[in-house]
Design a protein around this ligand. Structure first.
Ligand code: ADP
Ligand code: MG
Length: 283
């Protein structure tokens, strides 16, 4: 079953002058169809300005379609009656962890969301504990978020979303401001949520290495969905990815170049182990 479905989605940003006349129309999403399976871990890739964040905002009803329809868990996002149920189903994590932390103690920060939607106090504490455990931050529950590293803050932000018990979590370039260690921590935490709790994960990123372990990859360019498939399928098309101004993981590129140079190895190699295996098979 699909948890997110977009049908012929178009989004136009319209700028007006002081008199209300249309000054400029920017088509950020251009007739996109997308289907995301419940329980899957998917990545949305694309160069800057390709429409990724605009798409994410539709899933969270921060925007509504200019044309077409988006359904979250079967609910049409353009129906105002569904706005709050949808926001509880689909939680968002943004790029900058500093903008998402509001309380001065970690556990209060995580409890803020559920408190806001009227979850009873006992239950809030259970959820806070569960969520902090699931992102590996329970031992920091009484710490001040300000003193944490970027990766730790981002994991607290993810715990805050988890405490709302969403079926689906959308992360819009959550690791862009983190160092490599922080990136690994956050990615591991999100994979864990997907595997252990069955939470659907939509990861928006431009780090190719983060995409290798996903179930499905969607590539956007200039508002269009231009490629989709498993990481292996998508990364087999190195030249097409380059046309969309995307790099491929280093190992995949190396394998591609070895193939171009005449070695008999397959396209779409994603890991060092796979490359070693393919090279060993050559002799
Ligand atoms: P991405 O997240 O892939 O970088 P965005 O969804 O942010 O892409 O932007 C897609 C396009 O829409 C870009 O051309 C961008 O300049 C434009 N855009 C984004 N937000 C706005 C806005 N609030 N008003 C006008 N244009 C916007
Ligand atoms: Mg963006």
């Amino acid at each position: 079953m699909s948890i997110i479905k977009a049908k012929d989605l178009v989004h136009e940003y319209i700028r007006r002058d002081e008199d209300g006349n249309v000054k400029m129309i920017q088509t950020a999403i251009n007739h996109v169809d997308m289907d995301i399976e419940e329980g899957s871990f998917v990545a949305v890739l694309g160069h800057n300005g390709s429409g990724k964040s605009t798409f994410a905002k539709h899933i969270n009803v921060l925007l509504s379609p200019t044309e077409g329809t988006v359904w979250v868990d079967g609910k049409d996002t353009s129906n105002p009656l569904f706005t709050y149920p949808i926001r509880r189903t689909a939680g968002m994590v943004f790029q900058n962890p500093d903008n998402q932390i509001i309380a001065s103690v970690v556990e209060e920060d995580v409890g803020f969301g559920p408190e806001n939607i009227g979850v009873p106090t006992d239950e809030i504490w259970t959820r806070v504990e569960e969520s902090l455990k699931s992102v590996g931050m329970i031992k920091y529950r009484t710490h001040s978020p300000n003193k944490l590293s970027g990766g730790q803050k981002q994991r607290v932000a993810i715990a805050g979303v988890m405490a709302m018990e969403p079926k689906c979590i959308i992360l819009d370039e959550p690791t862009a401001m983190l160092d490599p260690n922080g990136r690994k921590e956050v990615l591991a935490a999100v994979h864990e949520l997907n595997k252990k709790k069955g939470v659907t994960v939509i990861l928006i990123t431009h780090y190719m290495e983060e995409v290798v372990d996903c179930d499905r990859v969607f590539v956007m360019d200039s508002g269009k969905l231009v490629m989709q498939g498993t990481p292996k399928e998508v990364f087999s098309k190195v030249e097409e990815l380059k046309e969309h101004r995307l790099d491929v993981p280093q190992i995949t590129l190396l394998a591609h170049e070895l193939k171009e140079a005449g070695l008999d190895i397959p396209e779409g190699i994603l890991t060092r182990e796979e490359l070693v295996e393919a090279l060993c098979r050559l002799s």
